[in-house]
Design a protein around this ligand. Structure first.
Ligand code: SF4
Ligand code: SF4
Length: 296
C-alpha cells in the first residue's frame, strides 16, 4: 500500500493507476471469442472541486446536478472539507481501432463489437471507477465515484430533458479533456468514439489546462460552420442543426437496437454510436481539411 506521505506526485500516481488498469488488466475485455480489449490507452485530466464551472453546470443543467463538494459530503457526511481541497479525476477510454472500423460500416444498427463495448466495456469502466476509489482509499485519500454512488439518479432538466445528478462528459470537459459536438458527444484529442469516467477525491492535484475557450470549440459545425456529418449518420434523424434530440435517440437505442442486439448477438444490450464513427471527429480533434478530405 502507498501511504499519503509516499506520494510525491499524486497526479502522475493516479494517471499511472488508470493507465495500468486499462493497459494491463485482464478485466479490460469485450468478452468475445477473439479476446478483444474493450479500450485502448486512456487520457486522464484533473479539475479542482472549486472550479466555477461546476457551479455553472448546476445552474445550467438543474439544481439536482451535484457539485463535487455535494457528492463528496453526501458520501462522507462528517467530513470537514472545502471545495478547493477536492480534485475531480476524469478519464477518457478510447474505443479500439477494430471496434471503430466495424461500426463505421454500419448504417442502422450497431456492430457486435460496438454493442459489446457499450455493455461489457462499460462494466470495465465501472470496475475502473471502483479500482481508482480503492487505490485512493487504500492510501488514505477519501474518494467517491459519483456514478457508483447509491445517491446517483436520473433526472429531467428543464433545459435539456434527460439528465442526471452527475455527468461524466461535463467532468471531462472541466478537466481539459475535450469539448462538446453537435451530437452532444465529447470531442477529445482521441476523438468522440470513447466513454469516460470520473472520481471525486480529497487530494491535491494541479488542474489540467483547458486548451479551449468555449464548450463547442472542437466541433467544426460551431467553430467553422462546416461538417454536420453526424446529422447524416444518425439513422433516425435525432441530430439536426438544432442539436441532439435525446428522446428520439433513446427510442432508437431501446427497443430498436436492444431487440437487434439480443436477436443477432445473443446478449442483453443495446447501442448505436453511428454518430461517433465515420465522422471527422471520430478519432481526433477534426480540422476543416478532414471535411474536405471526405468530399474527395
Ligand atoms: S461530425 Fe462534425 S458536426 Fe458532428 S460533432 Fe463531429 S465535428 Fe461536429
Ligand atoms: S447514438 Fe445513434 S440514434 Fe443516437 S444520435 Fe447518435 S446516431 Fe442517432
Amino acid at each position: 500500500m502507498t501511504s499519503k506521505s509516499c506520494v510525491q506526485d499524486p497526479g502522475a500516481w493516479i494517471e499511472t493507476t488508470i493507465k495500468d488498469f486499462i493497459n494491463t488488466s485482464p478485466e479490460n475485455t469485450l468478452r468475445n471469442s477473439e479476446g478483444d480489449k474493450a479500450w485502448v490507452d486512456p487520457l486522464v485530466g484533473f479539475s479542482s472541486g472549486a472550479d466555477p464551472l461546476y457551479q455553472f453546470f448546476k445552474e445550467d443543467i438543474g439544481s439536482f446536478h451535484w457539485t463535487p463538494l455535494e457528492i463528496f459530503t453526501k458520501t462522507f457526511p462528517s467530513a470537514q472539507v472545502t471545495p478547493d481541497q477536492l480534485t475531480v479525476i476524469s478519464w477518457v477510454l478510447p474505443h479500439t481501432e477494430v471496434t471503430k472500423a466495424d461500426n463505421r460500416t454500419e448504417t442502422v444498427y450497431p456492430s457486435e463489437r460496438w454493442a459489446r463495448a457499450r455493455i461489457f466495456g462499460e462494466r470495465v469502466n465501472r470496475k475502473l471507477r471502483g479500482h481508482v476509489v480503492e487505490t485512493l482509499q487504500g492510501s488514505g485519500y477519501d474518494a467517491v465515484a459519483p456514478m457508483l454512488s447509491p445517491f446517483f439518479e436520473g433526472k429531467t432538466s428543464e433545459q435539456y430533458g434527460f439528465a442526471s445528478t452527475w455527468s461524466e462528459r461535463h467532468a471531462a470537459y472541466a478537466s481539459g479533456l475535450g469539448t462538446f459536438g453537435l451530437s452532444d458527444g465529447l470531442i477529445t484529442p482521441r476523438g468522440k468514439a470513447m466513454r469516460c469516467g470520473s472520481v471525486v477525491a480529497r487530494i491535491a492535484i494541479p488542474p489540467t489546462n483547458r486548451p479551449y475557450l468555449d464548450h463547442y470549440a472542437y466541433c467544426l459545425f460551431f467553430a467553422e460552420g462546416l461538417c454536420g456529418r453526424c446529422i447524416q449518420r444518425c439513422p433516425v434523424g435525432a441530430i439536426t442543426e438544432a442539436g441532439h434530440d435525446k428522446e428520439q435517440c433513446l427510442n432508437h437505442l431501446s427497443p430498436t437496437t436492444a431487440d437487434y442486439v439480443k436477436s443477432h448477438f445473443g446478449f442483453e444490450g443495446y447501442g448505436c454510436g453511428l454518430c461517433q464513427t465515420n465522422v471527422p471527429c471520430e478519432s481526433k480533434i477534426p480540422t476543416r481539411d478532414d471535411v474536405h478530405e471526405e468530399k474527395k
